[in-house]
Design a protein around this ligand. Structure first.
Ligand code: ZN
Length: 189
């Protein structure tokens, strides 16, 4: 299995290309293969080919070619040694792999926020994603829907309160007083 063999998404040539802003056009009938305007020679006719499964690239115009490390090094104008280091997770990175690892928005909610939505337990996202990615996704979607409904309701209430506050007569305090006297009487009677 090609994708399983890679182990680490940071070494995906497709991903590196996308992170660098290169637009990839899928090749017809060739799964996981793309063409693009080569960033190394100012090409505008999609001479660059990117092979997703083999993680190699090749430009038919300028003959730039190689694997992930070479591609990364050329793109960011650094040595292959530095490229290797960055791809291994060094922190001088030109790209933002660490931050861009996909996280569902629901995963960013705090425990307090999740409990406020009525959920009793905060999911252990990492564990759940490993065990059952589909279920993790379903749960995250559900929590996120609840969160959006909650926010909407909160905004609605705030608008309601604001509207009543703005429309309230200034002698509201006296009204309140009268009401209290009335209920006092009712209690005594
Ligand atoms: Zn080229």
């Amino acid at each position: 299995m090609f994708h399983g063999a890679r182990q680490d998404d940071r070494w995906s040539i497709v991903r590196i290309a996308r992170e660098a802003g290169i637009q990839l056009f899928p090749r017809r009938n060739r799964p996981d293969q793309y063409e693009a305007n080569c960033p190394f020679c100012g090409d505008t006719k999609k001479h660059l080919q990117v092979h997703g499964q083999r993680d190699v690239f090749n430009c038919y115009r300028c003959n730039a070619q190689g694997g992930v490390i070479r591609f990364y090094a050329l793109l960011h104008n650094i040595s292959e040694e530095s490229a290797k280091e960055e791809l291994r997770g060094g922190d001088r990175g030109h790209t933002t792999f660490k931050r861009k690892v996909y996280r569902h928005p629901a995963e960013r909610l705090s425990a307090k926020e999740i409990k406020a939505l009525g959920f009793l337990k905060v999911p252990n996202w990492e564990e759940l994603k490993k065990k059952d990615p589909a279920r993790a996704k379903a749960l995250a979607d559900w929590i996120w829907r609840e969160k959006q409904a909650y926010d909407k309701e909160l905004q609605r209430m705030q608008r309601f309160v604001l509207k009543h506050f703005l429309n309230a007569p200034l002698n509201k305090g006296e009204d309140h007083h009268a009401e209290q006297n009335h209920s006092d009487r009712a209690a005594n009677g």
